[in-house]
Design a protein around this ligand. Structure first.
Ligand code: IVH
Length: 670
């Protein structure tokens, strides 16, 4: 194919993928199967790889993010990002309406919307292309999170139609739907990580991650609710939103026009109870004047528009009896208190348990058994105890004390100075910790053993067949076939899956053995830098600290893990069994010539695509950053690069490196 035809084909594929993406993520009306979609994507990836000169940062192939760690640049908002005045009382809504009436001479209409509980975002489009995604920050400037925003499939990268203003900002809320939130939290608990308190925290935490390929894996979504710009097409908020929907934005369907306060109150009433059936969290309703000319008459206070107000739903609370407190031991030994309550109805569900978090919380609440406690369901899935009704306390009740010994194995619990959590130090013999480690080892992101689940692990443990992940490889057909619920098919499935796990790459094995604080990324960094399990075991504390992203907490955890004979024995057994204990020589990781250096790659290159260059930087141990700072080691500059970056590099005295110079630097041949 000649170059021109390739370019046309690439453009066609991008358009097709953008179209189907919108059908799926924005309109919920997929027109092709996942298989067909993936097929088109692969075709585009292949062509883009073969023709890096046609790279486009807004190609749908870039939605997966990249592994480089970005620094968030502060970016000014063209129009300040204000907040909304809010109220919990209908009297204040009446006052708001009276103020509006007093200031206007003509009839007016309100748009009633839901108040989505996530984190605010401002998106700038120039000539129909997404150029910036910026968080609210202090309202004047926020973090430039464009790379992360690009991974959210419901945000259009390129707009449809041709009647959008040349430049405009659209604002909305990035949120995590309830289902995605609970799946994410379950996975985090399984991996021994702390869970997010609510979908709002999960959304804002995810959006601020420095590695966009990790953001791409978070189930984020985005509703848009406000257009800002001088040249909007219509004179009402309502029509502008409808128009924005045509351009490809996900404009929620939950808004209504009302020309009386009664209508507004009915809308509030409806959603106050219907909110529990929504697939995402809301914390109130927003009421906005519809006519833009009337909005201008009302104007703004220093903090918020006078033409809009939010009515917040009161957090739902109820009182019930605290019957007992359980102490649960997690995979990493952390002990968490959980309250058992007299079942009570709250926000549409029956609640039997509430989280108490830790010992400080117990003391702060001065919790006693049989207390009447007030529980609240905020954004959290599990409600929390917020206070105790002291007046109703019975005379002879005892205070709830944090336990001193592990409820599972009896070992004295430890609380490190400065830490809030208690943990059981008997990691080698405490049953939930043993089982938790094995469950972690077999999980999808680690060794990914098919057919083995929590229940089977439990049975195998109870029958004395497994104590460490290495024991899994000694299991025989007769060990498994005897177990309840395991047929021939599942037995052979498990054994086959164990055998093929011997090919799982070393970073996942390192992650799978479950060293405290060694998550997926840390395992990758360690493998990249130290090459093998032996390299890691033999590394001094100083050497460990030299590895990208490894701090003292992780280094000390590694050192103490390998000091234990049992751990060493387990690792050696895994090695003898044939699991991967070093990085693949032919694989991606080469040498560490760029360790400690960070680069900005910008422009279009002759030999490689921007992404290929970025990958090489990482493969040689360096870091990619999105913007130039005094700490940048070099700007790798291609053709058509914006003048801003060059100037900044020159001003800060940062070397500007050509593609060829870079390839010589890493001694890489093509
Ligand atoms: S309009 C100038 N509409 O609530 C008007 N905000 O407390 C700007 N929010 O920062 C905001 N749902 O993050 C608007 N339908 C909605 C909203 C909404 C949620 C958030 C937004 C804002 C905060 C203000």
């Amino acid at each position: 194919m000649d170059k021109h035809r390739v370019h046309t084909k690439i453009k066609e594929l991008r358009e097709k993928l953008n179209f189907h993406n919108r059908q799926y993520y924005v309109l919920n009306e997929p027109l092709v199967s996942d298989y067909e979609f993936d097929h088109l994507m692969k075709e585009l990836e292949r062509l883009e790889r073969a023709h890096p000169e046609f790279d486009d940062q807004l190609s749908p192939t870039h939605r997966v993010g990249n592994d480089s760690n970005q620094e968030f640049v502060q970016r000014q908002h063209k129009y300040p990002m204000l907040s909304l005045g809010n109220t919990y009382s209908t009297d204040e809504l009446i006052e708001f309406d009276q103020r509006v009436k007093k200031n206007l001479t003509s009839e007016y209409t309100y748009v009633c919307e839901l108040k989505y509980d996530g984190t605010a975002i401002s998106l700038t489009y120039i000539n129909g292309r997404l150029v910036y995604g910026v968080t609210r920050g202090d309202g004047v400037q926020g973090d430039d999170v464009t790379e992360n925003v690009k991974t959210i499939r419901s945000i259009p990268l390129i707009l449809t139609g041709n009647d959008f203003p040349e430049e405009f900002e659209i604002r909305g809320e990035i949120f995590m739907p309830k289902e995605g939130f609970s799946k994410l939290n379950m996975a985090r608990i399984e991996a021994g990580e702390t869970n997010f308190a609510n979908p709002r925290n999960a959304a804002s935490g995810s959006l601020k991650m420095i590695n966009s390929s990790q953001v791409a894996r978070r189930p984020l979504d985005c509703f848009l609710y406000h257009l800002a710009g001088e040249n909007l097409l219509h004179s009402t908020h309502f029509e502008n939103l409808q128009k924005a929907r045509e351009w490809g934005f996900k404009i929620p369907e939950y808004f209504e026009l009302h020309n009386s306060l009664e209508g507004v109150l009915t809308f509030i009433d409806h959603w106050q109870s219907a909110r529990k059936d929504l697939p995402f969290e809301i914390d109130g309703v927003v009421i906005k004047l519809n006519e833009l000319s009337q909005q201008r008459v009302l104007g703004f206070t220093a903090k918020s528009p006078r033409w809009a107000i939010s009515y917040k739903f009161p957090a739902e609370q109820v009182e019930t009896l605290l019957e007992s407190v359980d102490f649960q031991v997690g995979r990493t030994g952390t002990v968490t208190p959980v309250a058992n309550l007299k079942p009570v109805l709250l926000a549409g569900t029956t609640v039997k348990r509430a989280s108490i978090h830790n010992a400080d919380q117990i003391r702060m609440l001065d919790l006693h058994f049989n207390d009447l406690v007030r529980i609240e369901k905020g954004g959290e899935i599990i409600p929390k105890i917020i206070s105790v009704n002291i007046d109703k306390r019975q005379i002879f009740t005892s205070a709830v004390e944090f336990i001193t010994a592990c409820p599972e194995c009896g070992t004295t619990l430890i609380r490190e100075p400065g830490e809030v959590r208690h943990y059981c130090p008997n990691d080698l013999n405490c049953p939930p910790q043993i089982k938790g480690r094995i469950e972690h080892f077999i999980s999808r992101k680690a060794l990914n053993i098919d057919g083995l689940g929590q229940e089977t692990v439990n049975l195998l443990f109870q029958n004395g067949l497994i104590r460490t992940p290495a024991d899994l490889y000694d299991l025989t057909t007769s060990d498994l076939a005897g177990l309840e619920g395991l047929g021939d098919k599942s037995t052979s499935n498990i054994l086959e899956s164990l055998e093929s796990s011997k090919q799982v790459p070393f970073p996942r094995v390192l992650y799978g053995i479950g060293i405290r604080f060694v998550g997926e990324t840390v395992a990758k960094r360690l493998a990249q830098s130290l090459k093998s399990m032996n390299g890691i075991i033999g590394a001094s504390r100083e050497r460990l600290l030299e590895v990208n992203e490894i701090g003292e907490r992780i280094a000390d955890s590694l050192l103490s893990y390998f000091q234990l004979e049992q751990n060493m024995a387990m690792v050696n057994r895994l090695s003898e069994l044939g699991l991967q204990m070093k990085i693949d020589d032919t694989g991606l990781i080469r040498n560490n010539i760029l360790e400690g250096k960070s680069f900005v790659v910008s422009g279009i290159f002759q030999k490689l695509s921007r992404n290929e260059l970025k990958n090489l930087i990482e493969e040689y141990g360096g870091r990619n950053t999105g913007s130039i700072s005094a700490k940048t080691s070099g700007l790798i500059a291609g053709a058509n690069m914006g003048p801003g970056k060059q100037e900044k590099a020159k001003k800060l005295g940062i070397p500007i490196i050509s593609e060829d110079e870079f390839l010589v630097m890493i001694d890489h041949k093509f």
